[in-house]
Design a binder for this molecule. Sequence first.
Ligand code: G1P
Length: 291
Amino acid sequence: MSSRVKKAIFPVGGLGTRFLPATKAMPKEMLPVVDKPLIQYAVEEAQAAGIEEFIFVTGRNKTTIEDHFDRSYELEDSLTARGKTEALEEVRRFMPSPGQVAYTRQMEPLGLGHAVWCARHLVGDEPFAVLLADDLIMAETPCLAQMVDVAAETKGNVVAVMDVPREQTNRYGILKVNGDPDGRRVEIGGLVEKPKPADAPSTLSVIGRYILMPDVFGHLERHETGAGGEIQLTDAMAKMIGNRPFHGLRFEGTRFDCGDKVGFLEANVAFALAHQDLGDDMRAVVRRLCA
Ligand code: G1P
């Protein structure tokens, strides 16, 4: 079994109901933050962490994602003809090479664990990453790259974690920590999906970045349902605790919850303010609007 993480799964089968009507005919992963769709941020983060194979688990209405990661000859021709070199470079820059991208359909919306399990044959017997495009992370060193370093050192599973307010534990996978709960890297002793605040073993929650050993597929295979009647990735991960090292990494960076309207809008403002060409204008706009 190769120990380097070369493959990443992007579950993109969700319906995006919170963003209707914007997501009626467009996948939520194609919603733009400034000038890039959410899914492109996730793919670029994976590329920066050394991922070479990109596996999308899709659903209905997701063909625009396939088109986005494909050459667009008409567009490239007309940009070339008009001498728009910068735009042309931007369109070509993030393109994976032929054969680096694979798509499989989830067919039924049975949960995140099920979506990941749908990619089992494409992953095979090697460690892999999972990136949820809804969780957008602004960081100097991309979050997944920080995690790859930890996985290389510990030779085990790694999830990105952050502290959340106790009243929000019912939105996340929550950790039970073994040993020191305050370090950058914490040892995971238990995982619970979306516990009520009163039942949560901590307020340290899993954010949508995972590096997992292929053993997880054996647990997902059983199709046991958990919180919300769904096949949960968290439950399958919980079964791996104790067999191999399993760590949570308090990553360096800022996470935006783009599955939520306010979080998505906040991400747009934050990325626009940090944008090389737009930052100054945007600062003036925000000041004016808040005056
Ligand atoms: C999923 C996972 C949850 C995790 C969260 C991170 O939940 O099931 O464990 O904490 O992503 O964003 P979802 O947001 O899809 O309901």
